[in-house]
Design a protein around this ligand. Structure first.
Ligand SMILES: CC(C)(COP(=O)(O)OP(=O)(O)OC[C@H]1O[C@@H](n2cnc3c(N)ncnc32)[C@H](O)[C@@H]1OP(=O)(O)O)[C@@H](O)C(=O)NCCC(=O)NCCS
Length: 147
């Protein structure tokens, strides 16, 4: 498995993974819009040229916001998301980010375990943030430096 920058050629594979993982998946246009942003980091995990996972980290000044991460069900628990994180964290250090933040459905136990394993702390809750089904968002942050 290798991690590469996400390019237009990966879009159909990325959409396939996205649509299989989420009840309200991002549209093709949303991914195209992210691809056009030079300041964000977008990575795909490829297994024999097939997209098996991806991650999108938006950057504003020295802050990172994890917008999306997903791994195809058949390829889970093999360290794919961990590899995607390692790449993002490497870039975050290069860019001297202060922190990375994210929101996650409070019922997404695998994702919350992943983020905790990657050093994220629970910092807050947004009540009823998600719809269909209505659910709280857990806010999690990984700090790189603290004043
Ligand atoms: C969350 C997700 C991205 C994890 O991907 P993955 O490639 O299976 O994760 P990894 O194999 O790299 O796991 C790394 C660590 O995260 C934790 N973890 C991952 N999945 C877990 C699970 N189902 N249960 C408990 N811990 C889990 C473990 O600590 C794991 O390390 P270990 O396998 O050595 O115990 C994947 O389950 C997924 O795509 N889920 C659906 C989409 C989603 O919820 N995305 C997040 C939106 S906020």
């Amino acid at each position: 498995m290798i991690i590469k920058n996400m390019e237009k050629e990966h879009l159909s594979g990325v959409l396939k993974v996205e649509e299989s993982c989420f009840t309200h998946p991002w549209s093709k246009e949303s991914f195209e819009s992210e691809l056009s942003k030079s300041e964000s980091f977008k990575f795909v995990a490829l297994e024999k040229d097939e997209v098996v996972g991806f991650a999108i980290l938006d950057i504003v000044l020295d802050e990172g916001n994890l917008l999306d991460i997903a791994v195809d069900e058949k390829h889970r628990r093999k360290g794919v998301a961990k590899k995607l994180f390692e790449k993002m964290l490497e870039k975050a250090q290069e860019k001297d980010l202060s922190f990375i933040t994210l929101e996650v459905r409070s019922s997404s136990a695998p994702a919350i375990s992943l983020y905790e394993a990657m050093g994220f702390e629970r910092v807050g809750v947004r009540k009823n943030y998600y719809s269909r089904p209505t659910e709280d968002a857990l806010l999690m942050t990984k700090y790189f430096k603290k004043d």
